[in-house]
Design a protein around this ligand. Structure first.
Ligand SMILES: [Mn+2]
Length: 269
């Protein structure tokens, strides 16, 4: 089976080093998809959690090895550290062969649009001013994801579909109050200020690909629950892919499903 090749692949919020990371699904995805440019848009390794609860199965190393092997075979890999891997920020502007570490990047699409690529935590007022709130939300988020995973295992065993606890909570929160909407507005404002055509970010674990006024807003989602990837086709067209969020799967479904999953994704970065 030949691999599907895209011009660009963006992934973020993988959180290697945590039990919630869907590393098998990501490895399967990376195995079957090639690209000219690969952007790792932050929170790839979760150093915060590694410090407290060391967890590192072989497959987490395999993901890193897979990325390096892509770099070796010609993919230009850009690593943009996030807040959970801010440790890597000290290596910003370092270039090692095809691997580049940078705080942010500007990507030019095949059809000539400039996209600002950044993780986005600097636009999140919670992480900026209240680190303890984040620590708390981090712990409760992990508990929530674990509870949801067990619930979905039971649902699958009984023949029901996937259900997101956090997604269900999110739908009850009026959009105007949403932290995710405030984040998006701040990131889009910055992109407009820089006079680029759009922005690609991560951080909030809510996949998105839509117009925001004259700009494009894209959020890569995560590989903790939603297992989403933003890709650029060879003509410059952007698309959101979803690998179904189980440990076995890497089945790609349509962009319509992406919108549904984005709606189900978590709010907490
Ligand atoms: Mn983050």
């Amino acid at each position: 089976m030949t691999n599907v090749r895209y011009r660009t692949i963006w992934i973020s919020d993988v959180h290697l080093g945590t039990r919630e990371c869907e590393a098998e699904a990501l490895l399967a995805f990376l195995d079957r998809h090639d690209c000219d440019y690969l952007y790792l848009v932050g929170d790839i390794v979760d150093f915060w959690r590694l410090r407290h609860v060391p967890y590192w199965p072989q497959v987490h190393s395999d993901v890193i090895r897979k990325v390096l092997s892509k770099a070796r075979s010609g993919t230009v890999v850009t690593l943009i550290p996030g807040n959970h891997d801010e440790y890597l920020r000290r290596f910003c502007d370092l270039q090692l062969g095809n691997l580049m570490v940078t705080k942010e990047a500007v990507h030019r699409t095949a059809d000539g649009r400039l996209l600002l690529v950044l993780h986005g935590d600097e636009f999140d007022v919670v992480t900026r001013y209240h680190r303890w709130v984040l620590w708390l939300s981090d712990a409760s988020y992990a508990a929530l994801v674990t509870a949801n995973r067990w619930l979905n295992r039971a649902r699958r065993a009984l023949g029901f579909g996937h259900w997101s606890l956090a997604g269900s909570i999110k739908r009850r929160v009026p959009p105007a109050m949403s932290f995710v909407h405030a984040f998006e507005a701040a990131v889009v404002r910055e992109a407009a200020r820089r006079r680029v055509a759009g922005v690609v970010c991560g951080h909030v674990h809510v996949a998105a690909l839509h117009d925001a006024g004259p700009l494009v807003y894209a959020n890569t989602g995560d590989w903790v629950e939603s297992c989403t990837t933003l890709v650029e086709h060879h003509d410059g067209r952007l698309e959101m892919l979803v690998a179904s969020g189980t440990r076995r799967a890497a089945a790609i479904v349509t962009a319509r499903a992406a919108a549904r999953v984005a709606d189900d994704a978590e709010q907490i970065a």
